[in-house]
Ligand binder design. Structure first.
Ligand code: DGP
Ligand code: NA
Ligand code: NA
Length: 206
């Protein structure tokens, strides 16, 4: 009995999507829902703008500093710290962007895809990756669009193409153009399923 409980762990739930696809608010809603159910759960985001590396990234995104495309890519990679201990202690992590953002955004700038993937080798594999699918034109109509460096329609179109090349059958595609409530309902179902599978002892992998 103790052994089985020892294998129980938190789930790594990743949300990916274009800028203004709704990831951040949906992560917040999901966090509140799962906490309300009594689960140990935290919401993380990449870039984590509170760390010193994160502050450099933030200044870059706000057009307050200039960095070479490769340099900023490596800063983003460094920011995706290992999450293993949290998960093993039983805490579920809801993560706003992960390594796939690194590949999709940096490759959209024209960097070699294999080069973009290399710094991410060894990262923990998510238990579920949700792609919040919103057409770039639709995302561009949402509030606040254009404030950051990458929020430009033609660039986001390229990012979307790279996401579509990255995604495979293990990803869950959720239509982010639906009502907030409907997106929320689907995310809750996916998260609950993933948490229960991990509690039953699904192993961690890289
Ligand atoms: P947000 O998720 O809205 O806080 O914005 C973060 C921005 O950073 C978004 O435009 C995606 C971008 N981004 C995230 N990870 C990476 C990365 O590894 N490389 C590059 N070039 N951009 C990234
Ligand atoms: Na953004
Ligand atoms: Na966000």
């Amino acid at each position: 009995d103790n052994d089985i409980r020892g294998c129980s762990r938190g789930s790594l739930i990743v949300l990916e999507g274009l800028d203004r696809s709704g990831k951040t608010s949906q992560c917040g809603n999901l966090l509140a829902y799962l906490q309300g159910k009594g689960f140990s759960v935290e919401a993380w985001q990449f870039p984590d703008r509170s760390t010193s590396v994160g502050k450099m990234i933030s200044a870059y995104l706000a057009n307050e500093s200039q960095l070479d495309d490769r340099t900023i890519h490596l800063l983003f990679s460094a920011n995706r710290a290992l999450m293993e201990n949290k998960l093993k202690s039983g805490t579920t992590l809801i993560v706003d962007r992960y390594s796939y953002s690194g590949v999709a955004f940096s490759a959209a700038k024209g960097l070699n895809i294999e080069w973009c993937k290399a710094p991410e080798v060894g990262l923990i594999a998510p238990d579920v990756v949700v792609y919040l699918d919103v057409p770039p034109e639709k995302a561009a109509e949402r509030g606040g669009y254009g404030l950051e460096k990458y929020e430009q329609l033609d660039f986001q179109g390229k990012v979307a193409e790279h996401y579509h090349n990255l995604l495979d059958s293990s990803w869950e595609i959720v239509d982010g153009s639906q009502s907030i409530e409907s997106v929320e309902r689907q995310l809750k179902d996916l998260a609950m399923h993933s948490i229960l599978t991990c509690q039953r002892g699904k192993p961690l992998t890289n």
